[in-house]
Every structure is written in C-alpha cells, then in structure tokens.
Design a protein around this ligand. Structure first.
Ligand code: AMP
Length: 459
C-alpha cells in the first residue's frame, strides 16, 4: 500500500501535497510526511497518525519552497515507528535527496546486509532506505545515473517519488505493480498514486507513468526515460479489488466500474435464492451493486459503517483489529429481520472480519446469511506491497471454501473465480499479478529469498 504525491514548481506546493495526501489517506494511516524544497534546501515534517492530525498551521509554514513530495505510510516492511515514516531524507556528496516509496522490495534484507558490510549506517528498518544508500554510494556522476544504477539492483515493486533541490523524479518499476499517475495544475506537474487525488486539488489527469518509466521534472520541463529491459507487466489486481478508491482510474480503468463488474460476474457464477443483497461497506459496495444487478435481487444497506475509525485491517496488531470490527459496522435490523440475506464483500484475508459480520447479521434477525466474495480465495502472501505477511495467517491457505464457510457460520459461501475476476478488467489477463490467488509470482525468487520470506511456510 502507501500513497505518494508530489508537485513541482507551484507556489502552494506543500499545501497541495497535504491535500493530495488527504485524498490518499485510504492507502496508509500509520504516519505521513512531507518534504519540500526552495531550491537550496530540503524541509521536512513527519509524524505518526492521520494526515489531518500531523500537519497543523504552526508546523506547515516551515515547509518552504515551490516543490514538495509526500507519503502516507502503511507498513508492509519495518515497524510502526516514526523513524520509518517517509519521505526518507539524506544528505550526500551531491546534495540532499528525499524519497517516497510505494511497494515492497523483495531483496531489501540482502541489499541492506551488503550495504552495512560496506559501511552504510541505516536510520530506519524500512526497505526503502536501501534505495537512498545505493544512490549515495554510487560512483556515477549524475543523480540520474546513480538512480538508474540503484534501481537496477532492486527486486520487487516500487513506485517512487524523489525530490532534490532542483528536480522531482517519478519512477514506476518495470512490472508496473503499483500505480503512478501524472497530472497538471496551473502549468505545474503533479504525480500521484491515484487519480482521485488530482480531482481533490483541481488538477487535470494527463497519463499514467508507464511501467519501467522514469520521469524527470525540472526547470526544462518533463523528460521521460525507459532505462530498464522490457519485461511483461504485472499490475496488482488487488488495487482494483480493494486498495484503490472507486473514484480513481488505475491501470487505465475506473475502479468503480471494475468492482461492479466483479459483482456481476460473481452473481453469474454463484447466485442464490435470497431477498436482499447488502454490501460490507465501503469496500464491498460497488461489488454488491453489481451482484444485485446481475442477480435481480434488490440492494439495500444492511450494515452501516462508522467513518470515524480507520480501516480495521490497517492497524498492525491482531488485538486492535478484533476490536476494530465492532467499532466500525452496525447492522440495520429493519432491513435484515426475517430476510434471506446475500452479503457481499471484496475479499477475505484472515477471516476475522467476515465471521463477526455473519454473526452480526444473524443476531439482527436474518433468516439466512449467504456470503459472496468478489475476489478469489487469497491463498498466498504478497511480497509486492500488500500486507499479507505470512501464509499461515491467510484463512484460504489453510482451509477449503466449504470449511471456511463452516468457520464463518454462513449458510453458503462462494468466491469469484480467477477467470471471472479477469473478465471484469479490460487489459489482457497476462498483464496482471494474481500471485495472491495462484502463487505464480512474476519475479522469480532465489532460494535465500524463499527461506527469508517464508514463502511456502503454511503450518
Ligand atoms: P479479514 O478477512 O478479517 O482479514 O478482513 C478482510 C477485509 O479487510 C476485507 O473485507 C477487505 O475489505 C479488507 N482487506 C483486504 N485486504 C486487505 C489488506 N491487505 N489490508 C487491509 N485491509 C484489507
């Protein structure tokens, strides 16, 4: 996860990045940071918590200058501590540099050990810090050459923003796992993880940064480089299923439309006699609307979500997560009483949320509860930026669908098939990473990485 947002040469740079990060809050809620530059120095402000909690009037004015980048953190690697909040800022032989990373590096531990043996001293435990060390130790003469040398050593998923005193650089890895889009406001370039954040600041979407593209934005305008060998794309399908906001366009397509189509496909595959279709809000809502459309069963709001608590799953401790479900959702008894209910959610990861939801709906008087999931069973961990760290935590890696249904206490349970999911997207199926469903990881792992990542560690 994580959200990144940057703007080059705008008089209100830091304020616009603040708003942009606010529009990307769903991508990470643990901490945020903004780094700005006035052309001679970098200025940084970081904190733990939500964007609106960190940036206040009294600390905003110190983010001087016309260019800035920002980051919302969601931990996939490294602890939840202030040292791990990005952008990472360093001073090195060529000046200062700030870096914001969305994604996950598979070979970070290996690179870190090598760098430490070489003398590098790390300030954080995040994988992203290895990138700045690789840039700092490079013998190349320009930042761009140093960056490209560093990027060629990385294995994994990365959409990056880099800010120096003179330029802003945007990078998307050759597979294009994570999104990164280019926009424009008042003649200034903007880069964002999602297009919905452009709308929030009134920017115009120009295009997606291409997989493997590096864009350098400076006083000469925008220059695009394609420094990597061509490889097949591996767009993260989970961006469409869960992560991105429905009002964004990701990998060239409307998230809302794809989620609805996934619901329609699910209804085609696994319809059931029922009285109402309800979503698990908010992430299940478009798919539930699609399911209602595809099945002809009326849609209603049977669960109400409090918007004053964060996404439960994002809190990295199991104890807090359990509590979070009760804080977040409440059933509408008048809608559910005596009804055969189809409840649609976007995904099941650990299964903790779904079980509580089924129980809640039954206690509210539903006569039957049919769970429908608008994605296939998540059986494999993601190593490219999604928080599904060990296979043993994924309920579908330990149990088959029938047993999961029993565990959730639903009358029936059905997931969308991988084929059905891929029918909902317009890009050719081979352009997507679906490793969390089928275990086919786009980047081959070395034996060391398999041990280190606990790749096949189910028990
Ligand atoms: P659970 O099965 O209890 O782990 O929770 C699954 C719910 O969390 C799903 O309904 C999604 O809405 C949401 N979810 C799915 N994947 C993730 C993720 N990687 N990070 C945060 N939330 C997620």
């Amino acid at each position: 996860m994580c959200g990144i947002f940057g703007i080059y040469n705008h008089p209100e740079a830091a304020s616009l990045v603040y708003l942009g990060l606010h529009g990307l809050q769903h991508r990470g809620q643990e901490g945020s940071g903004i780094v700005s530059t006035d052309g001679s120095k970098l200025y940084s402000k970081k904190g733990m918590g939500l964007v609106s909690e960190i940036f206040k009037d009294d600390n905003f004015s110190r983010l001087k200058g016309n260019s800035a980048i920002g980051h919302n953190r969601y931990s996939t690697y490294g602890e939840s501590i202030i040292e791990n909040v990005q952008p990472v800022v360093v001073n090195f032989a060529m000046g200062s540099l700030a870096l914001a990373h969305n994604g996950n590096l598979v070979n970070a531990s290996f690179l870190r050990s090598e760098l430490e043996a070489y003398g590098s001293i790390f300030q954080s435990t995040i994988d992203s810090e290895v990138i700045v060390h690789l840039i700092a130790i490079s013998k190349e003469r320009t930042i761009m050459d140093r960056l490209i040398e560093a990027l060629k050593k990385l294995k994994g998923a990365y959409s990056l923003l880099i800010l120096t005193e003179k330029e802003m650089i945007g990078v998307r890895d050759a597979y294009g796992f994570r999104p990164l889009s280019l926009g424009e406001i008042d003649g200034s370039y903007v880069l964002s993880s999602e297009t919905s954040a452009f709308e929030l600041i009134g920017a115009r979407f120009i295009r997606d940064i291409a997989p493997g593209e590096v864009v350098v934005i400076n006083e000469n305008g925008l220059t695009s480089y394609m420094p990597f060998d061509k490889t097949s794309e591996a767009f993260c399908i989970f961006e469409h299923i869960y992560f991105a906001r429905p009002d964004s366009y990701i990998f060239g397509e409307s998230v809302n439309i794809i989620r609805k189509k996934m619901g329609v496909e699910l209804a085609k595959e696994s319809s059931v006699d029922a009285d109402i279709v309800i979503p698990v809000p908010d992430s299940g809502t478009p798919a539930a609307m699609g399911f209602a459309e595809g099945s002809g069963i009326p849609f209603d709001n049977g669960l109400i979500r409090s918007h004053y608590v964060g996404r439960t799953f994002i809190v990295p401790k199991q104890s807090t997560r359990n509590f979070g479900v009760r804080l977040k959702l409440n059933p509408v008894k008048e809608v559910l009483k005596g009804k055969r209910v189809v409840v649609v959610d976007d995904s099941i990861v650990r299964g903790t949320t779904s079980k509580k939801i089924v129980t809640m709906i039954r206690e509210a008087g539903a006569s039957e509860v049919h769970m429908r999931i608008a994605s296939p069973p998540v059986k494999y961990s993601c190593f490219y930026g999604i928080d599904t760290p060990t296979r043993r935590e994924l309920i579908a890696s330990r149990m088959n669908v029938e047993d999961i249904g029993k565990q959730l206490t639903s009358d029936t349970l059905a997931y969308l098939s991988i084929e059905g999911m891929l029918k909902a997207v317009s890009n050719p199926p081979e352009k997507y990473c679906v490793a969390c469903f089928n275990g086919e990881y786009p980047i081959p792992f070395s034996d060391d990485e398999i041990n280190q990542l606990g790749l096949f560690d189910v028990k």
